[in-house]
Design a protein around this ligand. Structure first.
Ligand code: PLP
Length: 468
């Protein structure tokens, strides 16, 4: 018995050594391929080739009787490493977002008044009734303990009822998870679906958090670039191509941050059908849906399976710092996400959840007034932008505009930092959202006076910016 054990362990040792030697050789060949690609100006990442590599490996794995999931992750990990060998540098885009934010805080602490056109926070005040409910639940009712990590039953039920009334769905509280902001819904969604080597498809430009979170678990991000010249339309052929490499997740932000684009119904339908055919889960981030200036369709209205829907109290109710968001998905997915909340933040504080519950009972007319105010800001900002050498698509929704300068060689991150340091106006560089150095994001979270003043100052700097 003992001899057999020793014998088997020796065999495993030999196999490990062979595997590692083969991986070394594989990476060496990849490096050489990288050199050829660079010499000939070929793109380093070629999804068509990667799809073939994955497919071939899966066929062989099937023949060998290996688990498909395991084999897919293994071959994708080899691809991730090969791409790294070929010199692809993965940029941490979020730093472009947070570097502006940190510099703003520094300047403000020195007493500088900054015109904030960077913030993803609407300056809308939470209605008094909601704040009163929070105070009452904290001081009088003393709801200060832990709640279920899924969130209060009443709140989950309230969220389900609201969505059902709005979208004609049949969501129950079992499908709802309350999280510390929509951000934690996104984080737990990705963590619950993605392991090392899994692929996530994201149309660009995109809020950088999706990418960073995927990379945190060594997932592979496949991007689908969209551009202002094509009105930020998602190319369906490119979606088909990306899905051939068998991703686990497709992330949509609708209305989009930073472009303000609402995906047209037909495109959304088509994309969802492709996802369904390929058994890819759709993570739909709809935190800006209450600011829609055109008819808006939720993914909830178009599909009833294999999605994770995310929304939040932050943008719609002006409750960013309260940190209440939620996810809706099938019971099994919710249970996996719930386990991550259990072992991390435990729950959103109960008195805050009860304040959020009160927000759900507020007359919807009041919230529609928020959207009307945001739309007015969009119109005013567009009037100012029209005077400048910029190209942009008027947002269909959300609270941002993502203009493009029309001269070559523009580097948004330099522009954003000079504008902030020299003129006290903060915007977010386009690099935060993808390969968009000619673009920048303007937030309409502040009042009309600030928007006008900030855009005027920004415009003067644009006019004088050195052109190549
Ligand atoms: N999704 C998008 C696209 C965002 O821009 C943000 C915040 O800026 C969030 C989600 C998360 O918001 P919160 O965590 O405040 O709910």
């Amino acid at each position: 018995m003992r001899d057999e054990l020793i014998d088997l362990r020796v065999k495993i040792k030999d196999i490990d050594s062979q595997i590692l030697r083969l991986i070394r050789d594989r990476l060496e060949f990849s490096r050489k391929i990288g050199e050829i690609k660079r010499k000939n100006d070929y793109p380093i990442i070629d999804l068509k080739v990667e799809a073939k590599v994955v497919e071939r490996a899966l066929n062989q794995a099937r023949d060998f009787g290996l688990d498909e999931e395991f084999s897919r992750r293994l071959v994708n990990n080899l691809i991730i490493e090969a791409v790294r060998t070929q010199g692809v540098i993965i940029e941490d885009r979020a730093r472009h977002l947070y570097s502006v934010l940190e510099r703003v805080k520094e300047l403000e602490s020195e007493g500088v008044k900054v015109i904030r056109l960077d913030v993803g926070e609407p300056d809308l005040a939470a209605p008094g009734k909601v704040k009163d409910a929070l105070r009452d639940n904290l001081y009088r009712k003393k709801y200060v303990g832990y709640t279920s990590s899924k969130g209060l039953e009443e709140l989950r039920e309230g969220i389900a009822n609201e969505l059902n009334a709005k979208y004609g769905t049949d969501i129950t509280k079992e499908n709802v998870l309350v999280t510390t902001g929509g951000k934690l819904s996104i984080f737990t969604a990705i963590l619950s679906k993605i392991a090392s080597g899994d692929r996530v498809v994201i149309p660009h430009p995109a809020w950088p958090v999706y990418e960073n979170c995927t990379r945190l678990v060594n997932g592979r991000v496949d991007l689908i670039r969209t551009c202002v010249e094509e009105e930020w339309a998602i190319d369906i052929e490119r979606v088909e191509e990306a899905f051939k490499v068998r991703p686990k997740l497709f992330i949509l932000c609708n209305p989009n941050n930073p472009t303000g684009k609402i995906i047209p119904d037909n495109d959304l339908n088509e994309v969802l059908q492709i996802a369904e055919r390929n058994k890819v889960c759709v993570l739909t981030d709809e935190v800006y849906s209450s600011y829609s200036y055109k008819p808006f369709k939720s993914v909830l209205q178009l599909t009833d399976s294999n999605y994770i829907y995310v929304n939040s109290f932050s943008k719609r109710f002006g409750l960013t710092g309260w940190r209440v968001g939620y996810a809706v998905a099938d019971v099994e997915t919710i249970s996996r996400m719930h386990r991550i909340i259990q072992i991390s933040v435990t729950c959103v504080p109960e008195f805050i959840q009860r304040g959020a519950l009160e927000a759900l009972t507020i007359n919807q007319i009041e919230y529609r007034a928020f959207a009307a105010r945001m739309k007015e800001r969009v119109n005013i900002a567009c009037e100012e932008l029209d005077k400048l050498p910029l190209h942009y698509l008027k947002p269909d929704g959300g609270m941002y505009i993502f203009p493009k300068t029309i001269f070559d060689g523009f580097q948004s991150r330099h522009f954003a930092h000079r504008l902030l340091n020299e003129k006290g106006v903060s915007i977010v560089p386009g690099e935060a959202f993808g390969e968009y150095p000619e673009h920048f994001r303007i937030s309409l979270g502040r009042d009309v006076k600030d928007i006008r003043a900030g855009l005027k100052i920004m415009g003067q700097m644009i006019e004088k910016w050195p052109r190549l």
